[in-house]
Design a protein around this ligand. Structure first.
Ligand SMILES: [Zn+2]
Length: 182
């Protein structure tokens, strides 16, 4: 029995939950969409996330006050994109992926395989990012069913990333638009 591995894993799971719970507690609810809470935090920067609290088996959406100041249809498009992440299981898949990566790294590390732990992490990151980018395209597609393509395309042009690499969490704006229109 590898006690250090079990201890590190327990600490990681605890900290992860505390981190998401802190964000949850520090935000205030503005609306509910099919039971999913949309919560808001103070920032003029337009940003939105979907999150999963493993301990509570609960998903929620957070948006910045910057999003609240957008037009109704832009706001709806951003929220539906995030809701898509939740409905399509992305928040849970992402958590499982992080969980497995961290636990594998901890295991190899505590078994003395430091180089192995380093290499595994290095190999998994681009793979994880690739999956994240796939999920972005999927959430875009989900949102277009509710808000149409035009508003989403204009949002991507305004706030999307111009370029993407193998380490990017989001595909480039041009790829996202191509996936929506294609
Ligand atoms: Zn997204």
């Amino acid at each position: 029995m590898n006690i250090s591995f079990m201890l590190l894993s327990a600490i990681f799971i605890l900290l992860y939950n505390l981190f998401v719970l802190t964000i949850y507690k520090k935000t205030r609810i503005v609306e509910r969409i099919n039971g999913v809470e949309v919560r808001v935090y103070n920032s003029d920067i337009v940003n939105a996330y979907s999150m999963f609290i493993p301990f509570l088996v609960k998903n929620f959406i957070i948006i910045s006050t910057g999003v609240l100041n957008l037009s109704d249809c832009e706001k709806r498009a951003i929220i539906m994109h995030e809701y898509g992440h939740i409905k399509r299981g992305h928040t849970i898949y992402s958590f499982i992926l992080i969980f497995l990566t961290v636990l594998t790294t901890f295991y190899l590390f505590t078994e003395g395989l430091v180089v192995g732990a380093f290499l595994i992490t290095l190999a998994i990151i681009p793979f994880q990012r690739y999956l994240l980018r796939k999920m972005e395209l999927d959430a875009d597609k989900f949102a277009t069913k509710y808000v149409g393509k035009d508003v989403l395309i204009s949002l991507i042009l305004k706030y999307g990333d111009e370029k993407a690499s193998i380490f990017s969490t989001h595909p480039s704006a041009s790829l996202r638009i191509k996936a929506i229109t294609g």
